[in-house]
Design a protein around this ligand. Structure first.
Ligand code: MN
Length: 245
């Protein structure tokens, strides 16, 4: 049996007037969505994505990875339907979608696994009590420049295009979702967050908070620290702790 504890928090931040982030934390689905788009559609986009996912993968079920991908495809279509056929560019509603889903692997006798999914620049990290490791790879302009060796990690943090993402739900008819399958074993902690957290706090600051604050208050402490550090964007955090016995 695996027990899963989760702590969540979403905050509009210190500058913006609308929280365009949404989250879903109903076992087996733990995701963050960071919406964008003109005509105040960002909040509708992220909400539509998580609501579609919640309906397709009901809590208490254990889906296959294929079923999760199908649910994300469905969420993509639902977000796309928010935009008119004649709209393009910033008028189009879009959202990131990033997180972990507890799945069963039909290729190994329905063994349970963690499935990391990502579209956009929200992130999934694994925290082992010492090291904070980013599991997702950002779909962003600066990540592409980093990969090409054109800029350094330090330059990426302040680059003028640091908010430009290269993949989103709602942007195209078909969405390409990054997938990583992990075993469920021992004590595992996943941090899922929107960029409002990682653009305000360093990995060292995040690690320090995860070390000092346990359990239900981890998400609160992280979000409050990001808002205090400037809170220039909406900040959303889901911390998932699983214990396999
Ligand atoms: Mn954001």
């Amino acid at each position: 049996m695996t027990s899963v504890d989760v702590s969540v928090r979403s905050d509009v931040g210190a500058v913006r007037h609308v929280n365009e982030d949404s989250l879903l934390a109903a076992d087996p689905v733990f995701v963050v969505a960071d919406g964008m788009g003109g005509h105040a559609r960002g909040d509708a986009a992220s909400r539509t994505a998580v609501e579609t996912l919640a309906a397709s993968v009901p809590s208490g079920t254990l889906p296959t990875p294929d079923e999760v991908i199908a649910a994300i495809d469905e969420a993509n279509a639902a977000v796309r339907a928010l935009s008119g056929a004649d709209e393009s560019g910033v008028a189009v509603a879009g959202t990131t979608l990033t997180g972990v889903v507890r799945v069963r692997d039909p290729e190994s006798g329905d063994e349970p696994r963690w499935m990391v999914v990502n579209v956009g620049d929200s992130r999934v990290y694994q925290w082992d009590g010492h090291v904070l490791q980013q599991l997702s790879v950002d779909h962003s302009a600066v990540q592409e420049m980093l990969d090409a060796g054109l800029i350094t990690a330090e330059q990426a943090l302040v680059h003028p295009e640091r908010n430009v993402i290269t993949r989103a739900l709602g942007a195209e008819d078909l969405v390409d979702t990054d997938v990583l399958i992990l075993p469920i074993e021992g004590h595992q902690t996943f941090l899922i967050c929107s960029d409002g957290l990682t653009k305000e706090l360093t990995d060292e600051q995040i690690s320090g908070i995860l070390t000092d604050v346990r359990g239900d208050h981890a998400a609160d402490a992280l979000v409050e620290a990001a808002v205090e550090a400037g809170g220039r964007d909406n900040v959303t955090v889901v911390v998932v702790e699983s214990l396999a016995a």
